[in-house]
Design a protein around this ligand. Structure first.
Ligand code: PHE
Length: 352
């Protein structure tokens, strides 16, 4: 706008007032530079920019006065004015770059993630000692070629007792302090007192051979003390095939003992009685220090049990065993009161 063709022409040469205007431009420029340099933030700089370069700025007022000059002076002063506003504009851009860089640095520091910081995090928890024992036992038996089977905790009297050769009123029923469930006819439904009814479910569920272990929760109306719980866990084993003998039972028990407890443990069988095995035995394991731990019961599957499950005992024979898991886990970890396993005190449980 220094050479507006619509502006009436003025006399040539630096007429009076031109020098004053140039000096004033110089002062405006100096003042503008000082204010731009002093702007401490992008917002402040924007305000300064509109003050010193905008419509109501000193430069703009001066620009309107150019019309009163002759053409030569107008060109000269116009050039100076143009140079001054360009210079102030450049100073604004430069200052803005500096302020933005500073703001970015500050933001980076504010938002920096301290990757060395260690936070406590959420504790993950772990499986219960008894669950761990069940899984370890399953692993050992699966490694020996067994499959894992399960049955319900609420059972029929037939599966828990009848099919296993305990007729109603049979004295062997007294070994089990049975909890009855108020369902069906009186005495027809029980909380299973052992995992042996799962043998019946396996044998009626498909044809032999069977090589199965059956872990699970069992119930007896015992008063809780250091070595008894009304709810505890057992694992059952069942093998039915052709030509299975008592030697297979003894060998399996010993192979399991060494696989689970270690090669320096041995096992022994002692004569015993269960209605569903014949002959029957208790099995104990011997620790390396020579002491014995009674583990569970076992025996050859009684022919009547096979018959009750629709299996011909002249063609198929087998053995079964069963033992408690809770006492085993407790003994292994030096827990001397079974109740500690089930009170769910986190200080106790986190040790395992
Ligand atoms: N079910 C028996 C018990 O709980 C243990 C056992 C299982 C005995 C299998 C022989 C065969 O005492």
């Amino acid at each position: 706008m220094t050479d507006d063709p619509d502006t009436p022409a003025a006399p040539e040469g630096g007429g009076p007032g031109a020098d004053d205007l140039v000096a004033e431009i110089g002062r405006l420029e100096d003042d503008a530079r000082v204010r731009v340099a002093a702007a401490g933030s992008a917002d402040e700089l924007r305000a300064v920019e509109s003050d010193v370069l905008g419509k109501r700025s000193g430069f703009n007022g001066l620009r309107k006065r150019l019309g009163g000059l002759d053409a030569e002076s107008r060109r000269t002063v116009g050039k100076v004015l143009h140079a001054a506003t360009e210079a102030v504009g450049a100073a604004v851009i430069e200052r803005r770059a500096v302020l933005e860089a500073a703001q970015r640095t500050e933001q980076l520091i504010d938002e920096r993630l301290d990757l060395t910081e260690v936070l406590p995090g959420r504790p993950a928890g772990h499986l219960h000692l008894v669950t761990q024992a069940i899984q370890e036992l399953e692993d050992v038996f699966v490694g020996m070629g067994f499959t894992v089977a399960e049955g319900p905790e609420v059972e029929t009297d037939w599966n828990n007792f009848g099919a296993l050769n305990f007729p109603p009123g049979h004295p062997a029923r007294d070994m089990y302090d049975t909890l009855y469930v108020d369902f069906g006819g009186p005495g027809s439904t029980v909380l299973r007192t052992h995992t042996s009814p799962v043998q019946v479910r396996v044998m009626t569920g498909g044809p032999p051979p069977y090589y199965s272990v059956m872990p699970g929760r069992v119930f007896r109306s015992d008063t809780a003390d250091a070595t008894h719980m009304p709810v505890f866990h057992q694992i059952e084993g069942l093998v039915v095939d052709r030509d299975i003998t008592f030697a297979d039972l003894a060998g399996t028990i010993d192979a399991f003992t060494k696989a689970y407890f270690g090669g320096d443990f041995t096992s022994r069988l002692r004569p015993s009685y269960f209605p569903f095995t014949e002959p029957s035995a208790e099995f104990d394991i011997q620790r390396p220090d020579g002491t014995w731990l009674e583990l569970g019961g076992c025996g050859m599957v009684h022919p009547d049990v096979l018959r009750n499950c629709g299996i011909d005992p002249d063609e198929w024979q087998g053995f079964a065993f069963g033992f408690g898991i809770d006492r085993l886990a407790a003994a292994r970890h030096g827990v001397d009161d079974l109740r500690d396993l089930f009170t769910n005190d986190i200080r106790f449980l986190t040790q395992f």
